[in-house]
Design a protein around this ligand. Sequence first.
Ligand SMILES: Nc1ncnc2c1ncn2[C@@H]1O[C@H](COP(=O)(O)OP(=O)(O)O)[C@@H](O)[C@H]1O
Ligand SMILES: *[C@@H]1O[C@H](CO)[C@@H](O)[C@H](O)[C@H]1NC(C)=O
Ligand SMILES: *[C@@H]1O[C@H](CO)[C@@H](O)[C@H](O)[C@H]1NC(C)=O
Length: 336
Amino acid sequence: MRQVARLGRGAVLGLLLAVHAVAAFEPITVGIAIGAATALTGYLSYTDLYCRFAECCREKQPLNASALKLELEEKLFGQHLATEVILKALTGFKNNKNPKKPLTLSLHGWAGTGKNFVSQIVAEHLHSKGLRSNFVHLFVSTLHFPHEQQIKLYQDQLQGWIRGNVSTCASSVFIFDEMDKLHPGVIDAIKPFLDYYEQVDGVSYRKAIFIFLSNAGGDLITKIALDFWRAGRKREDIQLKDLEPVLSVGVFNNKHSGLWHSGLIDRNLIDYFIPFLPLEYRHVKMCVRAEMRARGSAIDEDIVTRVADEMTFFPKSEKIYSDKGCKTVQSRLDFH
Ligand SMILES: Nc1ncnc2c1ncn2[C@@H]1O[C@H](COP(=O)(O)OP(=O)(O)O)[C@@H](O)[C@H]1O
Ligand SMILES: *[C@@H]1O[C@H](CO)[C@@H](O)[C@H](O)[C@H]1NC(C)=O
Ligand SMILES: *[C@@H]1O[C@H](CO)[C@@H](O)[C@H](O)[C@H]1NC(C)=O
């Protein structure tokens, strides 16, 4: 043992990497090897050491719910419903040792209201490298699945990717942006993975998370928000029950939702429909300030007002909601 102990750290690491490579095949031998390696290094566990050098898929790593809550409350403006539902959905799912199906979230709302922004935050709390993680996959319809004639190819590709990635890491995260521009057939291809099966061809998908983003339903959400506004009621008083039923039916019947008459809704495979409210003038200002802070510059209220004033607002009569949400704020700030 003493001789072994004199091996350099590099050798220990090499041993550990080798151990990791056989991990899939010989659990018992590996257990012993890990024990030995742990004894060698003394204080660092095998995973700690290995994961210091390579990104690890830590399936069992709990979600730090308070950290996620803090970040959403601090950074996501004007979306009290989305914040609440996302927190609830993720903590519930991550605390469940034996989920019966993967978690599927469908985020809806006007452009630039924070759907991609939230997905990025959520991804970072699940895998610390966020969108750059090997276990987080972003698919953009117009980029990855552009041609309607090639649906069959996309279906096969997508099934293969998801199967491959979930086999490697059970807690993989898949984000589908621009669902409204996706042919419904493509998403139906992944239906078996989202269902209540214990395994599909030897792979369990139950720990995976699927997030769908779309502008579909944005008009319905806006209408309800506007009704509240016109009735003089507070935005924060809008409750999920005011929106969720309208949304799931509306999205189902909307040809351009990507989920149109899709088996996903039919079979209740979407766990949560999450509405994003249209952003008001004050929220746009908050986005400008956040961007200034991110750039490390002092907050100049004159510029904040000027940038916000440049945005266009709807409906024509009242001009309450920003057409593009906070989407072009960053580039506009460059001109000031
Ligand atoms: N509700 C919001 N709170 C804070 N920032 C936001 C919000 N909505 C949008 N933004 C900002 O605008 C940018 C574009 O929003 P994005 O999330 O891409 O919109 P979409 O809803 O179209 O996915 C984000 O990167 C973020 O900086
Ligand atoms: C969770 O996040 C909070 C706030 O960022 C932090 O103070 C706390 O230490 C974290 N808890 C764990 C277990 O990592
Ligand atoms: C995982 O998904 C990516 C697409 O995000 C794909 O390129 C890759 O081949 C997949 N990996 C496996 C093992 O299937």
